[in-house]
Design a binder for this molecule. Sequence first.
Ligand code: IMP
Ligand code: MG
Length: 196
Amino acid sequence: MSSPHPDIDRVLLTAEAIAVRVAELGAEVGRDLAGADGQLVIVPVMTGGFIIVADLVRHLPQRRVRIEVVTVSSYGGTNMTSRGSQLLGALPETLVGKHVLVVDDILDTGGTLRLLQEEILRRGAASSRSCVLLRKPTAGAARTKCDYVGFDIPDEFVVGYGLDYDGLYRNLPYVGTLALHARSASHECTDGAHLE
Ligand code: IMP
Ligand code: MG
């Protein structure tokens, strides 16, 4: 596919391909948690998880579902390598006996999902599952339990469908690789807390 925007080198996943796969994931989650109607808590990881969760929950057959967002910070500023994860927002207190599904944009080092899974089970949840749109072939991802994966992608920096660079591009309806010129040199050294 030709590039739809000058800042995007290559489209990895079209909006159509994503829609088909997210519908499949919703059906799969729905089957696995068929008995959990009323006890299901969906935990989107802000900010990157906001688009996949909006699409995913509308494909769940369960109708009595709670959604409780959490915020995790990891990347510093526009750095494109992970520096470990930290929970910023509190997890809901009401997880005892609940079936929890964490939803995030991408599994990279796995720090985010491992942190959340540990914390969710510590809070007495009946089960803790996770779902990501994308997974990169990293050592950290390989040792991280993830129950539902939309697509395995190459280890490249991608944006769109929730994923950002310096807070931009989350609203692209597709997932693509960022052109070199868009990773401005003046931005590369920025070193601030960044919400994933
Ligand atoms: P983790 O390294 O698995 O903990 O992932 C942390 C977060 O890094 C993800 O939720 C994303 O927000 C972000 N991230 C990882 N890879 C990319 C990427 O290629 N583009 C944009 N954000 C990314
Ligand atoms: Mg994220």
